[in-house]
Write a new protein. Structure first.
Length: 444
């Protein structure tokens, strides 16, 4: 087991606000700058499971223990009317189980496929957003939070965001299943699994997003840089040859007086990807196992869509649904090896047992591969997350449940999490995998 010493927790935050008088309502109160902090520690244990064979990217069938730690600083500043800047330096260390390979829905959303477990300092986000008020002069009151300055903001607006951030900050913002730090931990539950969203190995990219918000409708479009290599750290800025396009329509509504959201997302990645069918044919001609890297060509694309919905059922209970698909002909480039995904779940606040800030969550996700992708893995090919050397294909099914308890009002939570994975890596010859986790999260 690799171990990480938990760094001292910083129990302080800085937040200032300037009140202005004699001005229009949308500028009557605007927070000048703020500073927030989070740290999340996760310990995971995987029990031994049945596996007659293993490959270079298999989930370890032996008993395994790993842990991870992230620390983030969230700094925000108001620049001029409608303009805000945010910077997030981060430290991350540790490892996912088996180095975060062997499950398409990897079990710890706080880890990446970085080989070195040593804590590393890097710049997560650095971006500017400019908001223009349009249409009726309706306003919302925004509360102080990480990467959010408090104040009065227009309800109808056009917002441009440019810089380094995660596309998950802007798209697929499911209210029930979105953050591995506070909600479900599995990769296929923190975002739609089949959305191969543009990102470097740590989950960030350089992008520009335009958001048009009109009453209960929101329209978004983004152009983003893809990594130079699959699962790579360095971004490719030759945007004429390598670029990701994302668009989303979001509708807020009321159902029997309870709020809900539904989102429809489309995306296309274009870069020098390899092709699964060509890799199989080339491997057979050479008498070798297929190698997707040998078939990489400029101009290849991956196209897909996702639908996401969340709905409050009563004051304490909320449910969610996610479904996603991509064509699966060319190699996975950024996120994880999932071509189809369906997830459903719910979360329950602890109010009925007088623990108002506690949360209980239960969800199930089923992941699948395209025909070309599964044939490539079955022939012995390796992706950057999968590769058992062979494949007896069956969809990967994961059940996850967690209980998050607030230990103190200042922002300290302790969670217990359990995941059961049937057919890890889509292989019914292996598993099931049983994974238990403890998560400590501080946010101030």
């Amino acid at each position: 087991m690799r171990s990480i010493a938990i760094l001292p927790l910083v129990w302080a935050s800085v937040s200032t606000a300037h009140s202005q008088t004699g001005m229009q309502p949308e500028t009557a109160y605007q927070q000048a700058f703020n500073l927030h902090f989070q740290t999340t520690y996760i310990y995971q244990y995987s029990a031994r499971f049945h596996a007659p064979y293993s490959g270079p990217n298999s989930l370890d069938a032996n008993e395994e223990k790993e842990n991870s730690l992230t620390l983030s600083l969230f700094g925000g500043m108001r620049l001029w009317k409608g303009a805000e800047a945010y910077v997030n330096p981060e430290i991350a260390g540790g490892s996912g189980l088996s180095g975060a390979v062997g499950m398409a829905g990897s079990s710890n959303g706080e880890t990446t496929r970085i080989g070195d477990p040593a804590p590393t300092l890097y710049l997560g986000r650095a971006y500017i957003s400019q908001t223009f008020s349009i249409g009726p002069k309706e306003t919302d009151t925004i509360t102080d939070d990480a990467n959010t300055l408090a104040g009065i903001a227009p309800k109808n607006y056009l917002r441009l965001t440019v810089g380094k951030y995660s596309l998950g900050d802007q798209f697929d913002q499911n209210q029930v299943s979105n953050s591995p730090r506070t909600q479900f931990m599995n990769w296929a539950l923190m975002n739609t699994g089949a959305w191969d969203y543009a990102a470097n190995v740590r989950g960030y990219t350089l992008a520009a997003t335009a958001t048009l918000s009109l009453k209960n409708w929101s329209y978004k479009i983004a152009a983003a840089a893809l990594p130079k290599e699959a699962n790579g750290d360095e971004l490719d800025m030759h945007l004429s040859k390598s670029i990701a396009w994302n668009s989303e329509i979001d509708r807020q509504y009321k159902f029997k007086g309870k709020s809900g959201n539904i989102r429809l997302l489309f995306y296309q990645n274009q870069t020098h990807m390899g092709n699964y069918a060509q890799a199989i044919s080339l491997g057979a001609a050479l008498g070798q196992k297929p190698d997707i890297i040998r078939t990489r060509r400029d101009g290849r694309t991956k196209t897909g869509f996702a639908i996401s919905a969340d709905q409050k059922l009563n004051d304490n209970l909320s449910a969610f649904l996610r479904a996603g698909w991509n064509d699966g002909k060319n190699e996975t480039w950024c996120f994880t090896e999932i071509d189809q995904s369906l997830a459903i779940g719910a979360q329950l606040k602890g109010t009925p047992w007088k623990r108002n800030e506690d949360m209980l969550g239960v969800a199930c996700v089923v992941n699948g591969l395209s025909r070309e992708h599964r044939d490539y893995i079955a022939a012995g090919g390796d992706g950057f997350m999968l590769g058992d050397g062979a494949l007896n294909y069956s969809p990967e099914s994961i059940l996850e449940t967690y209980y998050s308890a607030q230990l103190r009002k200042e922002g300290l939570w302790l969670s217990a999490d359990y995941q059961l994975c049937l057919n890890p890596g889509y292989n019914k010859d292996r598993g099931p995998a049983s994974i238990a986790s403890i998560r400590l999260h501080v946010a101030i």
